[in-house]
Every structure is written in structure tokens, then in C-alpha cells.
Design a protein around this ligand. Structure first.
Ligand code: SF4
Length: 384
């Protein structure tokens, strides 16, 4: 057990949003271990909170009422259509629009969170988002009716709503869709085993390689590194992203260490280095620019990773937006920001020039290719 946080009393969270979120739950023992004394251990994330009756876990959205673990159910904090490259997945369903579900709350508390309006609603009275009741059928129908083939749980931490995600994903997969999560990777083997039959894609946000800085975010480094290996071993399609924060996580030593940690799992894991912009409670320092993310992506390449990407700086990062065939070097996916502008893989994900397979979960129907210059027109379309 990595952490037993001091939970907040349910009655101390008597705010309107807490009342709404507490109502949008159901008792569920799938990811719970009951104790004889009425406490419940939640195993949905690596905090492994042991929660007495009337108290919350560290994420605040899961709680113990009368000896039963209550988990989020039946709502969305946000439901929107985005390019899959915005997730970012770079080796899956290239160029497609995906339906992205965001819930409320988080098991971490990152001071630079770019989705704090969703993730911090129970910690920060300024966070404005609220739950909207919606059924799993309605969410899948929303995707299906628009010809969308990928459903993602993202924007906040999906593990803290794993049971609801499985309810959605089971229906989505029955409808022939691909499913995925975008997570901080603070997982347990139990939650990964639970998700595995229903989830195809996993994106992990590796925030830093510093144990000390992970603690400042409310977590520990080692469980995240363990998660990389556990996800790969279980056969999910795994990609990584790191937000490059100047002066915080971008020293050469740290980036080299992160690249080595990823490459030790597999050199075929794509790693996207994204540019930080000042947000939420991290307003000092400077934004990262194209040179910062190119430098980070170059370090990843030098450490043996075959696929590193620099974003989001359309047209300013050279070849670090593109995917090259590991066999002959052909640019098999060309991009401009979130836009795919050229595609040279066959239905099996093989290079059109030399037939080398490029790892990923490419759509057998090919990519959605759009002309360069239209990338800015694909703004998220939000339903909830
Ligand atoms: S999901 Fe929430 S309650 Fe469960 S272990 Fe993680 S922080 Fe604790």
C-alpha cells in the first residue's frame, strides 16, 4: 500500500457540487476490499485508500457509506468530439475524430493541470464544471450517430471512475468501437485486469522522473513506472505523453532518464513531448516553445525510442510531427498539428513502400487525411 491519505469527512464537503456528485454514485464492490470493522479498501488506483464509514478517498469522488464503497455512475462532466491526435494518440486511428468523455475529480492535484476546471471541482471552489446525467446508451449513440469509431475517457483521471468507464466501453465495443483511456498511470494490477477486456488504448501522462516532484502532485513515481510495464504486459496499446515544463521537468538528466525508463519497457512506445503553457496555479516561469519540445523529443530519439513527437507547434518542429517507417524511413504518417496530411500505411498497418509493420492500432480503413492548413478548423465540439 503506497499511501493512506487523510480523507475528508463527507459532511465537511457539504457543497452543492459534492451533493450532486454524491448522488451520481452507486455502491459497487468490484474494486473494493471489505474489512470486518466497516472500513473499505479501494483498489482502483495506487493510493489504495482504506476508507472508514462516512469518509472519502483521496480522489474525493469515491466514499464509504455504511460499509459500502460508492463509485461515480451515470453522468458526464464533459462530452466532446476531438481529433485523436489531441489525446494524444499518434499510432491509432490516425486523423479520426473521437468522442471524449471527461468526468469530475482526480486522484492527483497538479498545480499546472490544464483541465483543472474538471479535475479539481471538489478541491477548488473556482472549478466551474458540474455533472450532467447521461446514460451509457446515450453516449454510445452520440458517437455512433456521428460515425465516430473511438470512445475515450480523458480530461480527468479515468481510473477513479473505472466501473462507469467499463459500463460505457462494453457497450461501445459491442457496437464495434475502439476504446481508450488517458491516465496519469497511478494504477493497480487489479484495475488494469478489470479494464483489459474493455479497453484497447492507454495513454499515460509521465509527469516527471523526480520522486520528490511526484510527491508534490500527491502521488509517487514508482507506481507510475510499474504501470508502464503492467500496461504493456497486458497487451493494451500504450503511448506516453509528457508536458515539458521549463525549469521543472526538462533537465537533460531527467529527460534522458524518462526516455530510458520508457525504452526499457519497449523502444516502440510512442512518446509525445508537449509544450506547457502557464495555467491554473503554475503562473510563473515561461511557456515551453518549439525549441523546448524538439530538444526533448531529440533526447528521446537519442536514447533509443523509435517514435518521439513534439507538439503542439504545427509546422515548427521539423520531422517531429511525422511517423517514419522503421524499415525504410518513408514518412508513413505526415501531420500538421492535430491534422494528418499524408498517409502511407496499408490496412494491416504496413509501410506502403517496404511492407514493414509500424506498431500501433491503425484503422483498417486507413486514415482521415485533411489538407495542411485546416488544422485550426477542428476545434472541439462539446455536447455536455
Ligand atoms: S480511486 Fe480514489 S478512493 Fe480509490 S484508491 Fe484511488 S484515490 Fe483512493
Amino acid at each position: 500500500m503506497s499511501v493512506v491519505p487523510v480523507p475528508t469527512r463527507l459532511e465537511a464537503d457539504d457543497t452543492a457540487v459534492a451533493t450532486q456528485l454524491d448522488a451520481a454514485t452507486r455502491p459497487d464492490s468490484t474494486l473494493a476490499r471489505m474489512r470486518d470493522d466497516g472500513r473499505v479498501q479501494c483498489i482502483a488506483c495506487a493510493h489504495r485508500c482504506v476508507i472508514p464509514p462516512g469518509r472519502r478517498g483521496a480522489c474525493k469522488v469515491r466514499f464509504n457509506r455504511d460499509g459500502l464503497l460508492h463509485v461515480p455512475w451515470g453522468y458526464a462532466g464533459s462530452l466532446q468530439i476531438n481529433p485523436i491526435e489531441q489525446a494524444p494518440f499518434m499510432h491509432a486511428h490516425a486523423g479520426e475524430d473521437v468522442l471524449t468523455l471527461g468526468m469530475l475529480g482526480c486522484n492527483l492535484r497538479c498545480s499546472y493541470c490544464q483541465n483543472w476546471h474538471l479535475s479539481q471541482v471538489l478541491r477548488d471552489v473556482e472549478a466551474p464544471e458540474r455533472p450532467t446525467a447521461v446514460s451509457a446508451e446515450e453516449i454510445v449513440a452520440t458517437a455512433h450517430g456521428r460515425g465516430i469509431r473511438v470512445l475515450l475517457s480523458s480530461l480527468n483521471e479515468p481510473l477513479i471512475t473505472a466501473e462507469w468507464a467499463v459500463e460505457l466501453f462494453a457497450r461501445a465495443k459491442a457496437a464495434g468501437m475502439t476504446t481508450g483511456i488517458v491516465s496519469s498511470g497511478y494504477a493497480t494490477p487489479e484495475v488494469l485486469d478489470f479494464l483489459r477486456p474493455h479497453v484497447d488504448l492507454v495513454k499515460i501522462d509521465l509527469k516527471t522522473l523526480s520522486p520528490q516532484r511526484y510527491r508534490s502532485l500527491g502521488a509517487h513515481l514508482q507506481p507510475v513506472l510499474d504501470t508502464l510495464r503492467m500496461v504493456a504486459e497486458r497487451g493494451f496499446w500504450l503511448e506516453l505523453v509528457t508536458l515539458v515544463v521549463p525549469g521543472w521537468n526538462d533537465s537533460e538528466d531527467e529527460l534522458r532518464g524518462a526516455a530510458r525508463a520508457i525504452a526499457s519497457v519497449s523502444p516502440d512506445i510512442p512518446w509525445t513531448l508537449w509544450n506547457f503553457h502557464r495555467d491554473y496555479r503554475m503562473r510563473g516561469g515561461s511557456d515551453a516553445g518549439a525549441a523546448d519540445v524538439v530538444r526533448a523529443a531529440s533526447i528521446g530519439r537519442a536514447e533509443g525510442l523509435r517514435y518521439t513527437y513534439a507538439g503542439v507547434q504545427p509546422g515548427r518542429v521539423g520531422d517531429f510531427e511525422n511517423t517514419r517507417c522503421p524499415g525504410c524511413g518513408t514518412a508513413v504518417v505526415e501531420r500538421m498539428g492535430y491534422q494528418v496530411t499524408g498517409y502511407a500505411l496499408d490496412a494491416a498497418g504496413q509501410c506502403a513502400a517496404c511492407a514493414t509493420r509500424v506498431p500501433g492500432r491503425w484503422s483498417p480503413q486507413g486514415a482521415v487525411v485533411r489538407p495542411a492548413g485546416l488544422w485550426f478548423e477542428r476545434q472541439p465540439q462539446r455536447f455536455v
